[in-house]
Ligand binder design. Structure first.
Ligand code: NAI
Ligand code: MG
Length: 464
């Protein structure tokens, strides 16, 4: 699965500085399927130098030509979607249909959106007697997680390229093969050498070296809050731009008059999606006391519609599986009612976790506060709308959420009072151009669409 015993730096595959490697494991078979080089500070330094060397040329490339480069990348990603999907199935365990439609398909859409934005965006504005120039920030460090291995890379690289920045990607150690497929696509698309570089390696070694490197102007990180906090502190100390996309504990608020069956079924599906490994999963379901037991029954039925193995894939690693099982055990220990699922392994092989529904969850419980990152829904009762709002906002996070109501205006009024970056109204569908990012400890900055592009720009005013 891994034809490259090296790093993609300066437009070529180069041997790594040391012989250390990372094993890539298939979470369905639990077998090692490949090894990739474990990059060190030396490899990171070479990649940052290549990105710096390429910066003046790419920054001064006209936006229309940058747009053409991104469009070429989109076309290669589309042409190679089957190979990319197979790689993601192998190292993440995503079922083939999900891998093809979402994991391989969404990045094509996102790359396409930035090809269009780059071509049409006004990189100059007039403000009174000033011309304001929107210029690239410089060299970008993109540190990405494994949950959407290609999307997370493209959601950083495409806007960075549109802005005129150059990039060093340090992908998650669980899913480096997808990042190699991405580097191959960059190469085939004919982007100039050094504009995009990919260094595989561990977080504490390669990731930390990249985040701390003097030659990096902006660090864009997606992952855990713990690491995000460290990267934010480091960037603050160096007066570097930083974008953080961290965890979530999003509330799915079902108001009294809503279509309960639809709200519950959709809500459960949104948690089971990608085996629960989504930062924007609606992991807390809030239901009015009067319809609570009905909702819990519906949720249990809906969870049964996502059987491990056929419906949903495994978690990415033994470590993530153990973490999720531990949180399920903690939910039971703290007195939540286990309605379906539980900590037992549902299959003999593979890092699977049973779709799990907890009822009688109170806002103070660990399973109501911590991001679980697995197929686990906590159903919480509320007394009235004010109580629902208080519970919805009672979290350090604020990434996503949902509101369901008979009356759309009532749902919107509630959504306005939620402390969160995105809210889907009555099942509103995903919009790849809508700004994505967090309030509170869910992060800093926004990805996707024009808001995502602006993250990679800095402004200069010329007065006349
Ligand atoms: P993580 O935060 O350790 O990994 C994310 C990325 O950061 C990876 O590329 C990793 O190599 C890198 N990294 C790790 N330590 C670093 C350091 N000291 N300096 C620089 N880079 C570093 O996340 P992990 O351990 O894989 O997952 C743990 C939990 O984090 C999950 O259970 C979930 O709750 C959350 N998470 C949230 C994600 C999101 O989309 N916001 C994605 C992945 C995980
Ligand atoms: Mg970690």
């Amino acid at each position: 699965m891994n034809p490259h015993n090296g790093m993609y730096i300066g437009g070529a595959w180069r041997p790594a500085a040391t012989g250390d490697t990372i094993e890539v494991v298939d979470p369905v078979t639990e077998e090692v399927i490949a090894e990739v080089p474990a990059g060190t500070a030396e490899d990171i330094d070479a990649a940052v130098r290549a990105a710096r060397a390429a910066l003046p040329g790419w920054a001064s490339t006209p936006p229309a030509a940058r747009a053409a480069g991104i469009a070429a990348l989109r076309d290669v990603l589309a042409a190679r979607a089957d190979t990319i999907a197979a790689t993601i199935t192998a190292e993440l365990g995503a079922p083939p249909a999900l891998a093809r439609q979402v994991h391989a398909g969404l990045p094509v859409t996102i790359a396409g959106s930035y090809a269009e934005l780059a071509a049409g965006f006004a990189f100059e504005e007039r403000v009174g007697n000033s011309t304001v120039l929107l210029e690239p920030v410089g060299v970008v460090a993109a540190i990405t997680p494994w949950n959407y291995p290609l999307h997370q890379v493209v959601a950083k690289v495409a806007p960075a390229l549109a802005a005129g920045c150059t990039v060093v990607v340090k992908p998650a150690e669980n899913t480096p093969l997808t990042a190699q497929r991405f580097a191959e696509a960059v190469h085939e698309a004919g982007l100039p050498a050094g504009v995009v570089n990919v260094v595989t390696g561990t977080g504490p070694v390669a990731g930390a070296a990249l985040a701390a490197h003097d030659g990096v102007d902006l660090v864009s990180f997606t992952g855990s809050t713990a690491v995000g906090r460290q990267i934010g502190a480091l960037a603050g100390g160096a007066v570097k731009r930083v974008a953080l996309e961290l965890g979530g504990k999003s509330a799915n608020v079902i108001l009294p008059g809503a279509d309960l069956a639809r709200a519950v079924t959709t809500g459960v599906a949104r948690v089971m999606f990608n085996s629960g490994q989504s930062c924007n999963a609606w992991s807390r379901m809030l239901v009015h006391r009067e319809r609570y037991e009905e909702a819990v029954r519906l949720a249990a039925g809906a969870a049964a519609g996502h059987p491990p193995g056929e419906g949903i894939g495994p978690l990415v690693s033994a470590r993530q599986r153990d973490r999720v099982r531990g949180l399920i055990e903690q939910g039971i220990a703290e007195g939540a009612r286990l309605v379906t699922g539980g900590p037992e392994a549902p299959r003999e092989k593979g890092y699977y976790v049973s779709p799990t529904v907890f009822a009688d969850v109170t806002p103070g419980m660990t399973i109501a506060q911590e991001e679980i990152f697995g197929p686990v829904v906590a159903v919480l009762p509320y007394e009235d709308t004010e109580d629902a709002l208080r519970i919805a906002n009672d979290t350090v996070y604020g990434l996503a959420g949902a509101v369901w109501a008979a009356d759309e205006a009532e749902a919107v009024a509630f959504a306005r009072r939620m402390e969160t970056g995105q809210v889907d109204i009555n099942g509103g569908r995903f919009n790849p151009l809508a700004p994505f990012g967090g309030y509170k400890q869910s992060g800093v900055g926004r990805e996707l669409g024009e808001h995502g592009l602006r993250e990679y720009l800095q402004t200069k005013s010329l007065q006349f």
